[in-house]
Design a protein around this ligand. Structure first.
Ligand code: ADP
Ligand code: MG
Length: 737
């Protein structure tokens, strides 16, 4: 022990000397100068004192004041100065992987180091972390996974939970776990950081924890609402169309392609505004849009019809959760003189990422938000109105370097009707994965645990989730984890995808199943550009022979693999309307998941290649069904075509890019689907047709109890749909059991 302590002491001294050398070097001084200009720096001493005296400290401060990049760094520096460098371990969680990556890179460079030295990051399936990493930026999910194997966070000295104002589900969950942990680890420090002033809720949750506010500074921002924009632009936008699109959801209610049409309308509104508004003087323009799809459709419009009539004078960049890291860096760079930087962003640029030179902000007023209808047990994904706080955040982004301007592309009366804050995620998403995590962390009764959250979810939502986990066989009757459930917690994917992987391994057809699971975990590889929708859908249906989007994906990927071997991967993607980025992501995810599966012992540890490529279409269909059950709907044929029905929703529709949407008839009685989303009507995404026998044998799990449950469930379906063939088989099996 004494030897160990000596080694650590020596190591700590080395770290201190290294830090001092950097701080005294010319580059180090320049960097320090820059850091000193941030508001957080002025509070450094107060912050460090508060952290040393209190177990929990809550820090609020406006976006860009230096919370994320500076505060973890202050702690690291002061620990190193106090010759505790080798024994401190600071974890700072971020809600999104891209912020964990970009912030860690920034902090490492502020310390004159490369990533992976004293500062590192870890996100799902990726990371940069060395033996000497003392400050780790990770996603909240990574810390939760660590808690699985290390309940007391042994050796961790500080946990910093960033962006708590977003009220993500993982963060709310983590806070309950940490609250339980604090009494067991009295020396552990917990620091919560928020971009809004609303810290009272968190403070009282942690027994009146101390709040420290970092006063920020922003220049005045001139604010325009839609009516002002119309006036400024001489009514070049048609006001009623605008208000219809934004004010009334009815307009697109009737049409099947509604969601897409509406997304592109946001792009059109922004395009018009960009062309019409008068951006005086230099400065970047930051445009808030709802998601990757309307960012892309605006990008396409602007390439076809460039702003300022000249594309060389505009630097058009996108900023969203899944951009590549090379793209990320460009966002922070200042463009050449005379070039206007325009960043098309999702709400990620509201608080997580700060772009320094923004002077103009365009705010479409919406963000994609998941919500959850517990009564119908259906998740919904809709671009919905943001909250007042979000609108203020967006506006504030314009006043960072000089007085700025913000255009809200909706009328003031709409703004007045916004909710003050957004509903926390735990109240608006299905809770299956969360419940599984609670069980795997041994946290006792699910509903008791969740009743201790900052804001507890509806009882019905909790019951639905538990019911789902029982149906899929992850929990037994007494809400204990089954063997299947335990395996599922080892795989960092949704339970249904985990099930598919496990059973794919058991049936020795892992190869195509890996492709399917990875394809469902990345962005849809089948692209449907707005103006080439028909061509794209036709291209997709070339891959379809068997009424399955999942099998179409397998074929598309197989084709890409072959093309890639001849260095023709891009060509292949271009011709077939596939995303090369998604294909590459699938390729690398496959390797990751495969090694995870090997860790579960279900795949022989000596296997170097994936399972034999057993392309038995019926078997794969069965495996898909096993994973996706109880996501099933019944196919009801009439003379011309067919209708789809689920028990909870009645009639449902297919997204138009599903291969099954182009089929006049489906020669199977059931479809299993990956996801249903309510967008006025309920839409199914990615479906595979299955037969009666497959559904009966693979719908649910193989345990006796689960089969009983599943028969009961199927029984309900049978009565509902009156399918004679399966009813007979069902009666037979029930007799057998
Ligand atoms: P907060 O977390 O309080 O919102 P940050 O710590 O993220 O603030 O940012 C503080 C400052 O550091 C901001 O002015 C921001 O522009 C700058 N900054 C952050 N990341 C980078 C980067 N990758 N490159 C250049 N500047 C950055
Ligand atoms: Mg931050």
């Amino acid at each position: 022990k004494v030897v160990m302590e000596k080694i650590l002491w020596r190591r700590s001294l080395q770290l201190r000397d290294k830090q001092q050398a950097w701080q005294e070097s010319p580059e180090g001084r320049k960097m320090l100068e820059l850091r000193r200009s941030l508001p957080a720096y002025k509070e450094k001493d107060a912050l460090l004192t508060a952290i040393s005296r209190n177990q929990v400290v809550i820090i609020s401060g406006e976006t860009g004041c230096g919370k994320t990049t500076q505060i973890p760094q202050f702690i690291l520096e002061s620990e190193i100065e106090a010759v505790r460098g080798a024994v401190c371990s600071i974890i700072c969680t971020q809600p999104r992987r891209i912020s964990a990556m970009s912030v860690s890179e920034r902090v490492a460079s502020e310390r004159g180091e490369k990533l992976g030295e004293s500062v590192g990051y870890k996100v799902r399936l990726e990371g940069m972390k060395g033996r000497d990493t003392r400050l780790l930026f990770c996603t909240t999910g990574i810390l939760l996974r660590r808690l699985l194997v290390d309940r007391n966070l042994k050796g961790v000295t500080h946990v910093i939970v960033d962006e708590i104002h977003e009220r993500g589900m993982n963060e709310d969950f983590l806070l309950i776990v940490l609250k339980d942990l604090l009494p067991r680890r009295p020396e552990l420090r917990l620091i919560l950081m928020s971009a809004t002033l609303d810290s009272e809720l968190f403070s009282s949750y942690f027994g009146r924890a101390q709040i420290i506010h970092v006063p920020g500074f922003t220049y005045p921002v001139q604010t325009h609402f839609l009516e002002d924009v119309l006036e400024i632009t001489g009514c070049r936008l048609t006001p009623y169309n605008q208000i219809d699109d934004y004010g009334q959801e009815k307009m697109w209610k009737m049409s099947k392609q509604a969601p897409r049409k509406r997304k592109s309308q946001i792009a059109s509104v922004v395009e018009d505004a960009l062309k019409a508004a008068d951006f005086n003087g230099p400065g970047a323009i930051l445009v808030f849009m709802t998601g990757w799809d309307d960012i892309n459709s605006l990008k396409e419009k602007l390439y076809a019809n460039p702003l300022l009539g000249d594309s060389s004078r505009v630097l058009l960049l996108a900023c969203h959760g899944s951009m590549a890291s090379s793209e990320q860096r460009l966002i922070f760079d200042e463009p050449e003189d005379g070039v206007r930087k325009i960043v098309l962003a999702t709400n990620i640029a509201e608080t997580s990422i700060t772009i320094n030179d923004v002077v103009f902000v365009l705010d479409c007023g919406k963000a994609k938000e998941t919500s959850y209808d517990a009564l119908n047990n259906t998740p919904c994904l809709l671009p919905s109105w943001i909250s007042k706080v979000s609108a203020q955040q967006r506006r504030g982004r314009a006043g960072r370097v000089q007085p700025g301007e913000c255009y809200h592309l909706y009328p003031r009366c709409v703004y007045d009707a916004f909710a003050e804050y957004q509903l926390p995620e735990i109240l608006r998403t299905p809770l299956q994965s969360l419940c599984l995590q609670i069980k795997s962390l041994n946290l006792g009764s699910i509903s008791e645990f969740l009743s201790r959250a900052l804001q507890s979810p509806e009882l019905l939502a909790v019951q639905n989730a538990i019911e789902y986990l029982k149906i899929i066989g992850a929990l037994d009757e007494n809400e204990n984890l089954t063997v299947l459930g335990r395996y599922l917690t080892m795989l960092p994917v949704e339970p249904k995808l985990g099930k598919m992987l496990l059973v794919g391994a058991i049936f020795n057809c892992l190869d195509p199943v890996l492709t399917i699971v990875c394809g469902l975990s990345v962005r849809d590889p089948f692209l449907t550009p707005f103006d080439k929708k028909d061509l794209a859908e036709a291209a997709k249906s070339q891959f379809s022979r068997d009424y399955s989007d999942h099998l179409a994906l397998v074929r598309a990927y197989e084709g890409w693999k072959v093309a890639e071997r001849d260095f023709a991967g891009y060509d292949y993607c271009w011709k077939n309307f596939l995303s090369a980025q998604s294909m590459k992501a699938i390729d690398s995810l496959r390797k990751e998941f495969f090694s995870l599966l090997r860790d579960t012992d279900l795949v022989d540890a000596n296997t170097t290649t994936h399972n034999a490529w057993s392309y038995d279409e019926h078997l794969i269909r069965a495996v898909i069904c096993y994973g996706l059950y109880p996501g099933i709907c019944s196919v009801v044929h009439n003379e011309k075509s067919f209708l789809l029905k689920t028990m909870e929703d009645g009639q449902v529709l297919l997204y138009s890019n599903s291969v099954n949407a182009r089929e006049p008839k489906i020669p199977y009685p059931w479809l299993v689907f990956n996801e249903k989303i309510k967008v006025n009507s309920v839409f199914l995404r990615d479906s595979t047709a299955v037969s009666d026998s497959v559904l009966l044998l693979f719908g649910g799990s193989f345990s006796k109890g689960a089969i009983d449950g599943q028969l009961k469930m199927l029984g309900g379906y049978l009565e509902f749909f009156m399918k004679p063939a399966i009813a007979e088989m069902y009666q037979c099996l029930k007799g057998e059991l």
